[in-house]
Design a protein around this ligand. Structure first.
Ligand SMILES: [Zn+2]
Length: 375
């Protein structure tokens, strides 16, 4: 469900996308507003009125979250941190950062602007609501505006909880980082709080469920689970990134890899290479010339009885961004290619020539040693 996102529009040069999970969440929000929140707070309206309010309310929430993320992105850009785009998913959005902020000040400004933008929407909406109420606007219109004021206030409050990676957790991290000058320690402390807060929300969700508040309980449960996981992951990611940052691929490269000639049959490939070396991918080389690579995944797609007739050359995939990397690239780049494609081996190439191979196993070994020695 995650990772499949749809491009919506461009705003100030940032691509706004929604994750497919968000569509389900949007329907859930519209539904719970239409049958729960609005009928409870505004009595004696028609079913159509409640559903219109629910749908407009969900749409308003969506635009509020886009505005919130846009503010993060604009400040990030001001501090020179590249933002790929804004993706809305399960509970809110993420401005996709490729790098960590470079200074505690940059992180502080980037993080705090999120809750501030939500507070701004809450105040503006409250002003419009007050005008509308005094002016005798229709109840559904006033109701939706009141809801948007409240939900943005809630969003700001929730995001200010100092639980990493929520905005408040980032604010806390930037302050701790600024105080001690140690981003690792600062991330550790703020993500511990993030994990603990996640567990607390899950517990609250369970209590809500037991007490019969199914919709509310489900929300807290999901958000808690998500936050707990995100806190854990972001600390790990930081550790890996810091350990591998600035380490050129060349250091981990195996310089004389096993290669396969294109003329052999798939049968020979399986018997003499895959079962012998236990690798999932082999570069295909024809007298020094790199043709591409062949993987176990491709072999699996060929019926067993055709193995003796088909050649490796006919099966090989061309070299691309997904299976090659240049020798002076950062090790973090290799890792991100591997996590994007699911490949555990990449060919190190320079001007179409095969220099060697880099494997996830070797990267992990290095990582483990570095953590052991420098921790
Ligand atoms: Zn935010």
């Amino acid at each position: 469900m995650f990772g499949k996102s749809i491009k919506l529009f461009k705003l100030f040069g940032f691509e706004v996308r929604i994750d497919l999970s968000w569509i389900i969440i949007a329907i859930l929000i519209a539904w719970s507003l239409s049958i729960g929140f609005f009928p409870f707070h505004f009595k004696n309206l028609s079913v159509q009125a409640y559903w219109s309010m629910g749908i407009v309310g969900a749409l308003g929430l969506f635009l509020s979250v886009v505005f919130h993320e846009l503010c993060h992105s604009l400040v990030a850009r001001r501090y020179g941190i590249p933002i790929k785009g804004i993706t809305l998913f399960i509970f809110g959005g993420v401005a996709e950062m490729d790098e960590e902020p470079r200074s505690p000040q940059a992180e502080f400004m980037m993080a705090i602007v999120g809750p501030l933008s939500s507070i701004l929407i809450a105040l503006v909406a409250y002003g419009v609501y007050a005008v509308g109420k005094a002016g005798g606007w229709a109840v559904p219109v006033v109701g939706v505006i009141e809801y948007l004021s409240m939900i943005n206030g809630l969003l700001a409050a929730f995001n200010l909880v100092p639980a990493f990676p929520l905005d408040g957790g980032r604010v806390l991290r930037s302050v701790l980082w600024g105080l001690k000058g140690n981003i690792r320690w600062a991330t550790q402390v703020s993500s511990w709080i993030g994990e603990a807060f996640g567990i607390l929300l899950v517990a609250l969700g369970v209590v809500g469920f037991v007490r019969g508040n199914f919709v509310g309980g489900m929300w807290w449960f999901l958000i808690g689970l998500f936050l707990h996981n995100a806190a854990k992951m972001s600390y790990r990611q930081l550790m890996v990134r810091r350990a591998l940052e600035g380490e050129p691929i060349g250091r981990f490269m195996e310089p004389n890899p096993v290669t396969v000639p294109p003329s052999i049959s798939v049968e020979q490939l399986v018997e003499d290479y895959i079962y012998k070396y236990h690798f999932k991918m082999f570069p295909v080389v024809d007298s020094e010339r790199l043709i591409g690579c062949v993987t176990t995944r491709q072999v699996r797609e060929i019926p067993r009885e055709e193995w003796s007739q088909r050649t490796v050359g006919g099966l090989a995939a061309e070299c691309s961004m997904d299976n090659t990397i240049e020798p002076n690239a950062d090790a973090t780049k290799a890792l991100s290619v591997m996590s994007r494609t699911g490949a555990s081996r990449l060919m190190v190439t320079e001007k179409g020539r095969l220099l060697g191979m880099i494997t996830l196993k070797d990267l992990m070994k290095f990582l483990a040693l570095k953590v052991e020695l420098e921790d």
